[in-house]
Design a protein around this ligand. Structure first.
Ligand code: ADP
Ligand code: ADP
Ligand code: ZN
Length: 217
């Protein structure tokens, strides 16, 4: 399975990614997680991308595409992958298509999680994430069992620096301008499956699974 998760910031991509990756035994590749890991470890890439993440702006396409291509060339991607947060621009989508077609491959499906703007702001201001493994929580709707401690790995659960209201608004408008056009792009290719992301997490998950299982038949 070669899958892409599409949707505005806060739609629930990271939340759904864990279950999908597990079910289909494919790696969950989040460009946001890769960038944050590099910032945390003060690598050269981390220094290059930090200001973009702080502002909620997109990291330039050439750099982002290079990182994703490297990642997709790793052995664990041989049987497929789940991309979360990539592509985010038409140029990134075209680069992905090109890179796959060089190996006679194509995407199997693009899952578009649809959530309206007002809901996104509440979700992101309450979002908490594990600093070590990236597991996603919500202060009110899905708190970790022990406050501040990740259920999965025991790491610290924090409020992301770019989940402030101003940055969130900026990220949503970046999404509307640069990423939303991907909906039509993948629809034209017959790959798009849209799910209502305002339903409870397990309902969204079931709908994604049944669409993907149908697709696999
Ligand atoms: P994304 O990766 O698309 O930015 P996340 O998966 O991080 O989104 O989810 C954003 C926030 O919304 C998190 O706090 C998460 O717990 C919460 N959330 C995700 N899906 C749902 C849902 N279906 N209903 C309610 N809250 C949700
Ligand atoms: P969210 O799903 O909440 O928007 P992500 O973790 O996917 O957050 O992304 C966080 C930040 O990382 C983005 O605001 C952007 O600065 C950068 N980023 C992630 N993916 C991409 C991408 N495909 N292209 C450019 N920038 C990206
Ligand atoms: Zn963790």
């Amino acid at each position: 399975m070669k899958l892409v998760l599409l949707g505005p910031p806060g739609a629930g991509k990271g939340t759904q990614a864990t279950g999908i990756a597990e079910k289909y035994a494919i790696p969950h590749i989040s460009t946001g997680d890769i960038f944050r890991y590099n910032i945390k470890n003060e690598t050269e890439l981390g220094r290059e991308v930090k200001s973009y993440l702080d502002q909620g702006a997109l990291v330039p396409d050439t750099l982002t595409v290079r990182i994703v291509k490297d990642r997709l060339n790793q052995a664990d991607c041989a049987n497929g992958f789940l991309l979360d947060g990539f592509p985010r621009t038409i140029a990134q989508a075209e680069a992905l298509d090109e890179s796959l077609s060089e190996q006679n491959e194509t995407l199997d499906a693009v899952i578009n999680i649809d959530v309206q703007k007002e809901v996104l702001i509440t979700r992101l201001s309450g979002r908490r994430v594990c600093k070590d493994c990236g597991e996603t929580y919500h202060a009110v709707n899905k708190p970790p069992k022990q406050e501040g401690v990740c259920d999965v790995c025991g790491g610290p659960v924090i409020h992301r620096a770019d989940d402030t209201e101003d940055t969130v608004r900026n990220r949503i408008s970046v999404y509307e301008e640069q990423t939303a056009p991907l909906i039509a792009y993948y629809e034209q290719k017959g790959l798009l499956f849209t799910v209502d992301g305002t339903e409870p997490v397990h309902v969204v998950q079931e709908k994604i699974f049944s669409a993907l299982d149908k697709d696999a038949d």
